[in-house]
Design a protein around this ligand. Structure first.
Ligand SMILES: [Zn+2]
Length: 77
């Protein structure tokens, strides 16, 4: 199984920037925390999870780290 990050946008849409990054499994559009995400939104590799922690979904982060103990890079504090 692979994980990737998917962007959640606010009411203003993608032009206003990413509100929260969630983690999905494979090509899912439902985040690990249960949130449904726009399948056309931005996504990026899960190895970038630690690069912008202020915008990370905490629930997804906890579930992701439990499921992927071998995450490349550093774990968040
Ligand atoms: Zn989430």
């Amino acid at each position: 199984m692979r994980h990737q990050m998917r962007a959640e946008y606010g009411p203003a849409g993608a032009s206003a920037g990413v509100v929260t990054w969630h983690i999905v499994r494979d090509e899912d559009t439902v985040a690990m925390c249960g949130r449904e995400l726009d399948g056309t939104g931005a996504r990026q590799d899960a190895s970038l999870w630690t690069t912008d922690p202020d915008h990370n979904c905490h629930t997804c982060g906890a579930l992701f780290l439990r499921e992927s103990p071998y995450l490349p890079g550093e774990h968040p504090e």
